[in-house]
Design a protein around this ligand. Structure first.
Ligand code: EPU
Length: 326
């Protein structure tokens, strides 16, 4: 008896041919490769399925090598920062790249710091402060990697990445590394228009300062975030863009949705624009909750919320069957 809902294509497992192409893409990498790696623990949400292959290139040139081979093998590549992302329960097809080995940082002339793309912003900020430099205070409390912060022009109300970038180094799909000056890249709200490739390093333009002045600005800001955001529970940062003039958190709270729950995914009772994983939430739980929040906010205030969170990968067959909401 044919299934009345139509045939199901299971996109959650790579075919043998696809697996062979993935193996070609990562062949000869000097870094580490794990086939079928679980991605859950690489995300701040602690949610997500497996990658066909997780690659951790040894250095900048290894990233470029991987991109060239992935293009030749027609294999998709996804760079995982891990903090502003929801990975579906079916995982990610192709190669997932972690820049965990790109963590060099060095001071150059004229208050410029070169930071490799895999460094966490909190580490870069600490380095900058320790060397008596200012100009990166806006990044206090941002947990992402430097490369990820460039790609999404991350920011807070104190400033954004484009204010600090002097130049970028990008690994390109032809296997080369190219440096771009700030003027060659267009930055918009939470988005950088980058050439296809991976940001492997950033030159940050800073200025001399008394450490005291910087510590003060950062201390206030971190205290505010700790008081107002659920930072001790697994989450992926703000879920929706602020619709303006009211913030997303405010309109969700006004719709009475704090504490709303699907499975182990919950609208935070501390800040309504966060969803927290209170145990073993699945991506399907989170996406179902997101849809409920959108619908109920629309019904009560007429506001159409838009996602800030990046949702990637393959929903599971079961979730797709429930109506494609995952
Ligand atoms: N508010 C509520 N209820 C809530 C949450 C907030 O009424 O549950 C109200 C607050 O009382 C305040 C207003 O909404 O009057 C704004 O709240 P908040 O100061 O927390 O700022 P936000 O706009 O919600 C933004 C960024 C955050 C960033 C904070 C602090 C966006 C979408 N969000 O939040 O960024 O941490 O400012 O700088 O731009 C992120 O990007 O992942 C993120 C969390």
């Amino acid at each position: 008896m044919p299934d009345p809902r139509g045939p199901i294509v299971d996109t959650t497992a790579a075919s043998a041919a696809a697996r062979a192409r993935v193996a070609d893409a990562v062949a000869g990498l000097r870094g580490e490769v794990t086939f079928g790696a679980s991605l859950k623990d690489l995300t701040s949400f602690k949610i997500g399925g497996n990658a066909d292959a997780l690659a951790i290139p040894a250095d900048e040139a290894d990233v470029a090598h991987l991109l060239r081979q992935a293009r030749a093998a027609a294999v998709p590549v996804f760079v995982l920062g891990g903090t502003n992302v929801l990975i579906h329960d079916g995982g990610i097809r192709g190669v997932v790249v972690s820049l965990a080995k790109l963590k060099a940082i060095r001071n150059e002339a004229d208050h410029v710091v070169y930071a490799e793309g895999g460094l966490g912003m909190p580490i870069v900020l600490q380095h900058v402060i320790r060397h008596g430099l200012a100009g990166l205070e806006w990044a206090a409390g941002i947990p992402g990697t430097v490369g990820g912060c460039v790609a999404m022009n991350a920011g807070t109300r104190l400033g954004e990445m484009k204010d600090s970038v002097k130049a970028l180094r990008i690994a390109l799909p032809d296997g080369s590394l190219r440096d771009y000056s700030r003027d060659e890249i267009r930055f918009d709200y939470r988005r950088a228009h980058l050439p296809e490739g991976i940001v492997v390093g950033v030159w940050l333009q800073l200025r001399a300062s008394s450490g005291h002045e910087v510590d003060h600005a950062i201390g206030d800001y971190l205290r505010y975030r700790k008081e107002t955001q659920p930072l001790t529970m697994p989450n992926a940062g703000c879920v929706f863009k602020n619709p303006g003039p009211k913030s997303a958190g405010q309109v969700i709270e006004e719709a009475g949705l704090k504490g709303l729950r699907v499975g182990d995914a919950e609208v935070s009772t501390k800040h309504a624009n966060f969803i927290v994983n209170v145990g073993a939430a699945t991506a399907a739980d989170v996406t179902t909750l997101i849809e409920q929040v959108k619908q109920r906010v629309k019904a009560s205030s007429g506001i159409q919320l838009e996602l800030e969170l990046k949702v990637v990968g393959e929903p599971t067959v079961a979730a797709a069957r429930r109506g494609g909401q995952a």
